[in-house]
Design a protein around this ligand. Structure first.
Ligand code: GAL
Length: 362
């Protein structure tokens, strides 16, 4: 897709020229307007990944000759709806949206459709409306499979080891990705749950029991605290399936409060996602075990290329036109591949590619 690799090098260098955004519902407008203005609605600045995504999308759009308006809904669905309404009123040529609540955008996307504004669903699939033009994301089932594979390998489950105690965490129930991450992971873990090599001592295994509203680390910390207090008085937890780095950091805080992290009581194997700085540092320090890296620079480039193609009457490059049914249509998608990262490969995957510098990881 359009010299993706070469563009990446430019983005890495340019990413440091940060946009100025206010803390809540920030908006930034920047770039030449030759190709029109593109509205970008991101979920929150509370998580580093969305800040990186926003900057990368802006840089890519500018590189293609567009102006960009970037807004953050700070995890409030209603704020995001009104931000998108404003972008439509301001006459944007296209919208790139990472939804906060995937089912809350039907009305506002009808307004976009009435104004003939194409919509790219970014990372998270928007549900229940035909007014989504394309979807750009990663292979979300594969994210879950990579997390499960890590736990299986670290515990030696395929060598017959066990039984081990595991606790399960999932993402926000209003995010369509949540179910893909969990089903991908469960697909690989289920045989070991069936054989009782893995035991969920809390008994909380159904998706609705283990979701974490808005992916909030403090919410996950609270749930882990209560599980440790009630279920693990005389047991230890050996693994935690965590779908996202912010959740992993919350779970780790709970574990430390229960004296995990010593020679006699080592931390469990704990997964994650997004390769956020705090988590990569935690991996290097031997706390969080693993994360799933999704190169947001690539995702931004895919989304910006989709916009450029659709506005110029071209069909973008797609690699999945079957999987992502949003309830109103199957949204044609381009999916990138995630990569599992731990202390053995963070250097080659994250540092050698310029995602982080050595200095940032110190
Ligand atoms: C998901 C996304 C993950 C993670 C999470 C929390 O939708 O796919 O990579 O960022 O949101 O922000």
């Amino acid at each position: 897709m359009h010299n993706r690799r070469t563009v990446l090098a430019a983005i890495v260098g340019a990413a440091s020229s940060a946009l100025t955004l206010s803390a809540c519902g920030g908006e930034s407008s920047t770039g030449s307007s030759k190709g029109g203005t593109i509205g970008i609605a991101m979920p929150t600045q509370a998580s580093e990944r969305w800040i990186t995504d926003g900057k990368s999308i802006v840089k890519n759009l500018q590189g293609n000759g567009y102006k960009a308006k970037l807004v953050y809904g700070e995890n409030e669905p209603a704020t995001q709806v009104s931000q998108i309404e404003n972008l439509i009123t301001q006459g944007v040529s296209a919208l790139i949206i990472a939804a906060i609540d995937n089912t809350s955008l039907t009305k506002v996307l009808q307004k976009a459709a009435d104004a003939k504004i194409p919509v790219i669903s970014y990372d998270r699939l928007i549900l229940g409306t035909k007014n989504v033009t394309y979807y750009a994301s990663f292979d979300n089932e594969q994210v879950g499979r990579l997390q499960a594979r890590y736990i299986i390998d670290q515990l030696g489950l395929e060598k017959g080891k066990g039984p081990f105690n595991i606790e399960l965490f999932a993402g926000s129930a209003d995010d369509n990705n949540t179910k893909y991450f969990f089903s991908g992971a469960l697909h690989l873990l289920q045989p070991f749950l069936d054989s009782k090599q893995l035991v969920v001592q809390s008994g909380q295994t159904a998706l609705k029991q283990i979701t974490t509203l808005r992916w909030d680390g403090a919410t996950a910390q609270k749930r882990m605290n209560s599980i440790l207090a009630t279920t693990y008085k005389s047991r230890t937890v050996d693994a935690v399936l965590s779908p996202y780095d912010g959740i992993s950091i919350g779970v780790l805080a709970a574990l430390r409060a229960y004296n995990y992290g010593s020679v006699s009581k080592p931390l469990p194997v704990i997964t994650g996602q997004d390769a956020e700085l705090a988590s990569v540092k935690s991996i290097i320090a031997g706390q969080q075990s693993q994360t799933v890296y999704k190169d947001s620079r690539q995702l931004a480039e895919v989304a910006a290329s989709m916009v450029d193609d659709v506005l110029n009457g071209r069909k973008p490059q797609l690699n999945d036109t079957r999987t992502y049914d949003n309830g109103a249509k199957v949204v044609p998608a381009y999916l990138l591949q995630p990569i599992s990262v731990d202390k053995t490969n963070y250097d080659s995957v994250l540092v050698a590619t310029g995602y982080y510098t050595d200095a940032e990881l110190k």
